[in-house]
Design a binder for this molecule. Structure first.
Ligand SMILES: Nc1ncnc2c1ncn2[C@@H]1O[C@H](COP(=O)(O)OP(=O)(O)OP(=O)(O)O)[C@@H](O)[C@H]1O
Ligand SMILES: [Mg+2]
Length: 230
């Protein structure tokens, strides 16, 4: 029996309606999802179906129209703005479709920024992670001097360095080819698994999805988990 304490992320009835001037666009109609420590989950679905929207909601970057969201023991939607920012910075790691590295900082400085904001020293962890993603000799390069894949790996290290409870990843689009993107996400998933973190990746890639513990698909605003368990 899995203990309640193993649940890292739990959401119920998550709904999102975007205000589009008219009657609004209902992208998510009530998503239920439970992710446990060390569990890797892939969420698939056609372009425009609401994967990034769900990622933003799970990561508390955007507020749902309705629904509940619990991360570890915290009812995050009841936190005030400041407490929520602190919680997010400390406990949620993000890898977005675009890497959002700061161009004027080196790779290592970019990686250490969230830790610095959280007031914790993660230099040793950062060096080890940079080594494990093959970037030990790129620490002092600025993003402009790195390839797209290297930037994405730096962003992954930045997501992991604060040892978040949950890592949320959106499949990179654009300048990375699909194979590179999938292999980078395999790497990220492996690191999350080693650390016992909950990992949720939004992806179009079937091979990547197959290598996760569980898979789901968003269709018409509803998340259907392949195993029928939320
Ligand atoms: N801020 C917003 N205001 C209004 N509509 C939005 C907003 N953000 C997203 N949408 C709409 O919500 C829908 C879902 O978008 P979302 O970005 O979540 O899709 P996605 O599944 O991530 O697509 P992709 O696979 O192309 O990344 C789209 O129809 C999009 O146009
Ligand atoms: Mg998207």
């Amino acid at each position: 029996m899995v203990q309640q304490a193993d649940i890292i992320l739990e959401t119920r009835g998550l709904r999102k309606v975007f205000d589009t001037g008219g009657e609004g666009l209902e992208v998510l109609k009530g998503v239920d999802l439970v992710v446990r420590a060390g569990e890797l989950v892939a969420i698939m679905g056609e372009s425009g179906v609401g994967k990034s929207t769900l990622l933003h909601l799970l990561g508390t970057l955007d507020l749902p129209t309705a629904g509940q969201l619990r991360i570890a023991d915290t009812d995050v939607l009841n936190l005030g703005d400041q407490a929520l920012s602190r919680f997010r910075n400390r406990h949620i790691g993000f890898v977005f479709q675009f890497h959002y590295l700061l161009p004027e900082f080196t790779a290592l400085e970019n990686v250490l920024l969230p830790a610095r904001v959280a007031g914790v020293d993660r230099r040793q962890e950062a060096l080890e992670l940079m080594d494990s993603v093959g970037l030990a000799d790129r620490l002092h390069h600025r993003p402009g001097a790195l390839s797209g894949g290297e930037c994405q790996r730096v962003a992954m290290v930045r997501a992991l360095v604060t040892e978040p409870l949950v890592v949320l990843a959106d499949e990179p689009s654009g300048n990375l080819d699909e194979a590179t993107s999938a292999s980078l996400h395999q790497l990220l998933a492996g690191l999350a698994r080693e650390r016992g973190q909950a990992f949720v990746v939004m992806t179009h890639d079937r091979t990547l999805a197959q290598s996760m513990d569980r898979r789901g698909r968003i269709e018409a605003g509803v998340l259907h988990m392949e195993d029928g368990v939320i």
